[in-house]
Design a protein. Structure first.
Length: 82
């Protein structure tokens, strides 16, 4: 969700929805769930000049149930620092 917060500091949710060709409700739902889909995360990252591969991986891992493996991967990607 750090990526979405960063994106919303650049432009409004409605403008992101238009730029990504998705509905505003899709981004609202992502905010409610507390995570982005890998596709949306990669698209936002690319437009922000960030590494889309890393953000796709983070989004995929965030969708997984809590486990020691998930925590280890999140640490490996330094998600806490993002």
């Amino acid at each position: 969700m750090q990526l979405l917060q960063r994106a919303l500091s650049v432009q409004s949710q409605a403008r992101w929805a238009d730029a990504l060709d998705i509905s505003d409700a899709t981004l609202s739902q992502a905010k409610k769930r507390g995570r982005l889909s890998p596709t949306i995360a990669g698209s936002i990252a690319k437009q922000l000049g960030e590494n889309p591969t890393e953000w796709i991986a983070i989004a995929a891992i965030e969708a997984e149930p809590e486990s020691p493996a998930k925590k280890a991967l999140m640490r490996a990607l330094n998600v806490a620092k993002l």
